[in-house]
Design a protein around this ligand. Structure first.
Ligand code: ADP
Ligand code: MG
Length: 184
């Protein structure tokens, strides 16, 4: 069975700082993507919500930290303090499973979608400024109203289960070898 159109949708972008809330509040870091790189063409049907797919980061850890982000609080230097120019390699450089949240970016008066990607992998370091290639492979659910931190964490963990389940289906087996990803 082929992948259901319009998937796979490939996005190539750079990781920028978000509001710094993913890790600290939830224990679930999300690599934020600039809204400019994330036009509605990247999101089939322009739907906000939770998607699943694969992602690969490349370049160096912590390169070009914390610049150019509309979401960046200039007084917060927490992410600039750990610049690390070594190359992303090993398991961190593989094509990895991810869940992606797409929402309307308040910075752009909610006219532009933005995306953040939680890669299901334990990285040795953060990778602000790195390149990220994403294959969006399907839609999981719409955004839900905020209930509590714990409910949100439970929901994300459920999304991750769904993602693993869907990714194990045969039509997705060849995506990681797609030429859009680098062969490491
Ligand atoms: P921010 O609000 O700046 O995006 P987060 O708390 O969401 O902060 O953390 C995101 C950052 O954490 C990413 O930009 C990346 O550098 C790093 N990171 C480490 N592990 C992961 C992971 N498994 N998935 C996504 N980002 C990760
Ligand atoms: Mg984030």
């Amino acid at each position: 069975m082929p992948i259901e159109p319009p998937y796979p949708v490939f996005i190539r972008s750079k990781v920028i700082p978000g509001f710094g809330r993913g890790s600290s509040d939830l224990g679930i870091p999300t690599a934020n993507i600039p809204a400019d790189d994330f036009t509605t063409s990247a999101v089939p049907h322009g739907q906000t919500g939770i998607y699943f797919g694969l992602a690969q980061v490349s370049g160096s850890y912590g390169s070009n930290n914390a610049t150019n982000s509309p979401n960046k609080d200039d007084n917060d230097d927490s992410v600039t303090a750990t610049a690390n120019t070594s190359l992303i390699s090993g398991q961190d450089a593989k094509v990895l499973p991810m869940v992606m949240s797409v929402g309307w970016n308040p910075f752009y008066q909610n006219k532009q979608a933005s995306a953040e990607v939680h890669i299901v992998h334990k990285f040795v370091n953060q990778f602000y400024g790195a390149n990220i290639t994403i294959a969006v492979l399907g839609y999981i659910r719409p955004e839900s109203d905020f209930v509590s931190i714990q409910a949100l964490v439970d929901e994300i963990n459920h999304d991750i289960e769904i993602m693993h389940d869907r990714l194990s289906q045969p039509e997705f087996a060849a995506v990681a070898a797609d030429g859009a990803f680098s062969n490491t």
